[in-house]
Design a protein around this ligand. Structure first.
Ligand code: FAD
Length: 385
C-alpha cells in the first residue's frame, strides 16, 4: 500500500468528482424531498463504469477492487450525492456473487450490477434478532428441486429500486433443524414477497422497507454458494459493506467540512471572518484530522481486502467504519454550528445531513457492536454479550 494514489486512481477520483458536481447536493436533496429517486445519476455512474469498477472485467466490470469502489462513493458523497445503494449492490451483492456464484449466476447478475441496469438490495436485519444475527429466523426449506422462503426483514434499503434482494436465511433441513445462514437471490416481483416503506426521519432518496416472505418459491439456483459455507460467504460480503459504509461517511464528512470552511472564510460579524475565532476554527481542524485518519484506515482496510486478506481486513474495516461514522456525525454537527441559524435553514443543506450522518453510527453495524468486536478480537477481552 502506498500513501500516494496511483495515477489511475487519481484520474478515477477526478472523473467521479466531476460527475458528482454535475448533479450536486441540490439535485440529491430535491429528489429526497419530492419522494423521487436518483435514477439518472445511478444509470450514468453505471454507464461510465463507476458502479462496477470492483467487478471482474469478463462480467462487464472494471477489474479493480474495493479501493476503487470506495473512491467512487467517497467522491459522490463529497459532491453531495452519497449513494447508499453503492454500499449494497456492487459491494456486498457483487462481491458475494463474484466470489461464490456459479458461472451462470455471474453471467445473469454481474453485468447488470456493473452497468447499473440491475440493482440488488441486501437483507439480513430482522425485528426479533437485531444486532444478534444468531437469532435470525427467516428460513429456507427444500421443496423438491426448489426452495421455500419464509420470514421477514426490516430496515432494508432501496428495495423499491431493486430487481432482486440478496436475503440471508437459515437453512432448515428435513428434520426441522435450523442450520447456518445461507444467501438467496430473491426477485422483488416473486409471488409471496411483499414490502412496505418505513417512515424515516432521514432525508434521502434511498428508503428503508419492511419485507415479508410468505412461502416464496425460488428455483434451485437462487442459492449462492452452498448452505454449509454460508457464514464464511456472508463475512466475505460484510467487510466490503463496512469499507463502503466508511466511504459513505467520509464523503459526507468532506461535504460538510468544505461547506463549513467556505462559510467561515467569508461570514463576518465582528470585523473579521468567523473562521478567525478559535472557538470555531479548532473544532473544525479537529474534524479535518479525524477525517484524514478515518480515510487512511478505510484505505488500509480496502488494500488488505483487495490483497485477499479477509481476516486482517475485518479489523481495519470495523475500525474504519467506526471512525468514519464518528467523524461524519461530529463534522456535520460542527458545520451546522459554524453556520449559526443558517445551519438549520433548508437553503444551506446541512440540517438534512444530521440524520443521514447519524445513521452511520447505527448501520450497517452499530458503534457498540464494533466496540464489542475490537474489545474481543483486538484486545482479547472476554466476550461481553
Ligand atoms: C438507514 C438505515 C439503513 C439500513 N439498511 C439496511 C439494509 O439495507 N439491510 C439490512 O439488512 N439492514 C439495514 N439496516 C439495519 C441496520 O443494520 C440495523 O439497524 C443495525 O444492525 C442495528 O440493529 P437494530 O436496529 O435491530 O438494533 P438493536 O440490535 O435492537 O440494537 C439497539 C441498540 O442496542 C445496542 N446493542 C445491541 N446489542 C448490543 C450488545 N451486545 N452490546 C452493546 N450494545 C448492544 C445497539 O448497538 C444499538 O445501539 C439499516 C438501518 C438504517 C438505520
Amino acid at each position: 500500500m502506498s500513501f500516494v494514489e496511483t495515477e489511475e486512481r487519481r484520474a478515477l477520483r477526478a472523473a467521479v468528482r466531476e460527475l458528482g458536481r454535475k448533479y450536486g447536493y441540490a439535485y440529491f436533496n430535491e429528489r429526497a424531498r419530492s419522494g423521487g429517486q436518483t435514477t439518472e445519476l445511478w444509470q450514468e455512474a453505471g454507464k461510465l463504469g463507476y458502479l462496477g469498477v470492483n467487478l471482474p472485467e469478463q462480467y462487464g466490470g472494471g477489474g479493480g477492487g474495493m479501493a476503487d469502489l470506495s473512491i467512487v462513493l467517497e467522491e459522490l458523497g463529497a459532491a453531495g450525492c452519497p449513494l447508499l445503494m453503492m454500499v449494497v449492490s456492487p459491494s456486498i451483492c457483487g462481491t458475494v456473487i463474484t466470489r461464490f456464484g456459479t458461472e451462470a449466476q455471474k453471467e445473469q447478475w454481474l453485468p447488470g450490477i456493473a452497468d447499473g441496469s440491475t440493482t440488488m438490495a441486501f437483507a439480513i436485519t430482522e425485528p426479533d434478532a437485531g444486532s444478534n444475527s444468531h437469532k435470525l429466523t427467516t428460513s429456507i426449506r427444500r421443496d423438491g428441486d426448489e426452495w421455500l422462503l419464509s420470514g421477514g426483514k426490516y430496515y432494508i434499503s432501496g428495495v423499491d429500486e431493486a430487481e432482486a434482494v440478496l436475503v440471508v436465511a437459515r437453512h432448515v433441513d428435513a428434520s426441522g433443524q435450523r442450520l447456518a445462514p445461507s444467501l438467496m437471490i430473491v426477485p422483488t416481483d416473486a409471488p409471496g414477497f411483499t414490502y412496505q416503506p418505513i417512515e424515516m426521519d432521514i432525508i434521502s432518496p434511498e428508503r428503508q422497507f419492511t419485507l415479508f416472505f410468505d412461502n416464496v418459491r425460488l428455483p434451485s439456483d437462487a442459492l449462492i454458494g452452498s448452505t454449509d459455507a454460508g457464514l464464511a460467504q456472508l463475512f466475505a460480503g460484510l467487510n466490503p459493506e463496512r469499507i463502503m459504509a466508511a466511504s459513505f461517511s467520509t464523503g459526507l464528512a468532506r461535504h460538510a467540512l468544505e461547506k463549513a470552511a467556505a462559510y467561515m472564510r467569508t461570514r463576518n460579524v465582528w470585523g473579521t471572518p468567523i473562521g478567525a475565532h478559535q472557538g470555531l476554527a479548532h473544532p473544525l481542524a479537529q474534524c479535518a484530522i479525524q477525517l484524514e485518519l478515518a480515510r487512511l484506515m478505510t484505505q488500509k482496510a480496502a488494500a488488505l481486502y483487495d490483497a485477499g486478506l479477509d481476516r486482517e481486513s475485518g479489523e481495519s474495516a470495523n475500525m474504519a467504519k467506526y471512525a468514519a461514522a464518528e467523524v461524519a456525525a461530529t463534522t456535520v454537527d460542527q458545520a451546522i454550528q459554524s453556520h449559526g441559524g443558517n445551519g438549520l435553514a433548508s437553503e444551506y443543506g446541512l440540517g438534512a445531513l444530521l440524520t443521514a450522518s447519524r445513521a452511520g453510527r447505527i448501520a450497517p453495524v452499530s458503534r457498540e457492536m464494533i466496540l464489542n468486536y475490537v474489545a474481543q478480537h483486538t484486545l482479547k477481552l472476554p466476550k461481553s454479550y
